[in-house]
Design a binder for this molecule. Structure first.
Ligand code: PMP
Ligand code: GLU
Length: 403
């Protein structure tokens, strides 16, 4: 048997996460001594607040180093119940909470536990890269609804109505969105909810992981808060990765219907067991410790966003909508497609744009093809202003050099 023949057929359904791939490619070049502005990685660049680190090390010293209950400690689930009540006006019981190794695992578990072969998941595009692969791996069919900058990258009730079929199992929502930053208002969510009221078999998976990273003063609304009568059909996903800069701790969680939450715990008992005990203790400290550190972070994100948007919009050939949330800009690059680089390479699509920026100008980004709407590329501005200044100057020079 050839070594590759041992691999399962179902692996053909997925590919490596493009954002993870772009991050590692940039890191390898940096390790090899190249001068790279790394705008590929979607993770906060701030240090994890010290009180959270202290909470983790204290927990370790006081014995929180053993197995815990499989989908989260009682104390952490209670803190999550309280978080949903306090910040989202959502009233879950602890039996409706699941904690896993990151929102990514939670979404994977939810889909594995609910999707049968041929079931459809409506995924508005641009989408976070992992949604379609998670659906496909579990036998489902992603149904993409394409949005444009002109509609602020948000799906309309009519688009949702058209995409629904008798096989629709899930509508995925992600607000603020990765990669566009678009954020649904309460009334926009209510309008989508009105469509779903006529389709009682459709559930909503709302990924709220960027809820705190928003640039206007309006209150954040989660889907179930805008649609209280759809609470029982909604799985509300969140985590500590982005709000508390705890990506490496790997703690994500969900609130949702008890039968699904119970099934997710059963699955987790067979695939990973409990999320790391120390990370759970750190997440507990985070959720109970307030967010006094956060306004300073948000001010920095805002300053970086404003810098990047204004400088990229000044570049001939690029268009950069202003994101309302998260720490990404999704840069349209239609006008440079079809041009040729100084070394004679024709730029045929957004993957070529991204490779040109990386190889010839040392700027790492992610191609729009990975998010389902092209031609564009994603920039993460979760990095220093100095890096962003250098990167924007390089991108401007790269575009100017095309013929
Ligand atoms: N959802 C979205 C939209 C994301 O951008 C990310 C981070 N890549 C995740 C979920 C997963 O976050 P984590 O697994 O770190 O909790
Ligand atoms: N949130 C990140 C991103 O989209 C992390 C990488 C990933 O898990 O896909 O870049």
């Amino acid at each position: 048997m050839k070594a590759t023949e041992m691999l399962a057929k179902r692996l053909e359904l997925i590919k490596p996460s493009p954002s993870v791939t772009a991050m590692s490619r940039a890191n390898e070049l940096i390790a090899a001594g190249h001068d790279i502005c790394n705008l590929a990685g979607g993770e906060p660049d701030f240090e994890t607040p010290v009180h959270i680190i202290d909470g983790a090390s204290e927990a370790m010293r006081s014995g929180a180093t053993k197995y815990t209950s499989v989908d989260g400690t009682k104390a952490l689930k209670e803190a999550i119940v309280e978080k949903f009540r306090r910040e989202n006006g959502l009233h879950y019981e602890t039996s409706q909470i699941s904690v896993g190794a990151g929102a990514k695992q939670i979404i994977f578990n939810a889909v594995t536990c609910s999707v049968n072969d041929g079931d459809e998941a409506i995924i508005p595009a641009p989408y976070w890269v992992s949604y379609p692969d998670i659906v496909r791996f579990n036998g489902g069919l992603p149904v993409f609804v394409t949005t444009s900058a002109a509609q602020d990258f948000k799906i309309t009730p009519d688009q949702l109505r058209e995409a629904l079929t008798p096989r629709t199992k899930w509508l995925f929502l992600n607000s603020p969105n990765n990669p566009t930053g678009s954020t649904y208002t309460s009334s926009e969510l209510a309008a989508l909810g009105r469509v779903l009221r006529e389709h009682p078999d459709v559930q909503v998976l709302t990924d709220d992981i960027y809820e705190h990273i928003r640039y206007d003063d309006s209150n954040y609304t989660s889907f179930a808060a805008a649609n209280p009568d759809l609470f029982d059909r909604t799985l509300t996903i969140n985590g500590v990765s982005k709000a508390y800069s705890m990506t490496g701790f790997r703690i994500g969680y969900a609130g949702g219907p008890q039968p699904l939450i119970k099934a997710m715990a059963m699955l987790q008992s067979q695939n990973s067991g409990n999320p790391a005990s120390v990370s759970q203790a750190a997440a507990l400290t985070a959720l109970k410790g307030g967010m006094d550190f956060f306004p300073a972070w948000l001010a920095k994100y805002r300053q970086r966003r404003d810098y990047v948007v204004s400088h990229l919009n000044a570049v001939q050939g690029l268009s950069c909508p202003t994101p309302q949330g998260a720490f990404y800009v999704y840069v349209g690059c239609e006008e440079i497609i079809g041009k040729t680089s100084p070394s004679g390479v024709r730029i045929s699509n957004d993957t070529d744009v991204v490779m040109y920026l990386l190889n010839d100008y040392g700027v790492a980004t992610v191609q729009g093809a990975a998010y389902g709407v092209s031609p564009a590329f994603r920039i993460s501005f979760a990095t220093s202003l100095t890096t962003l200044e250098k990167a924007c100057a390089r991108i401007a020079a790269a575009c100017a050099a095309l013929r």
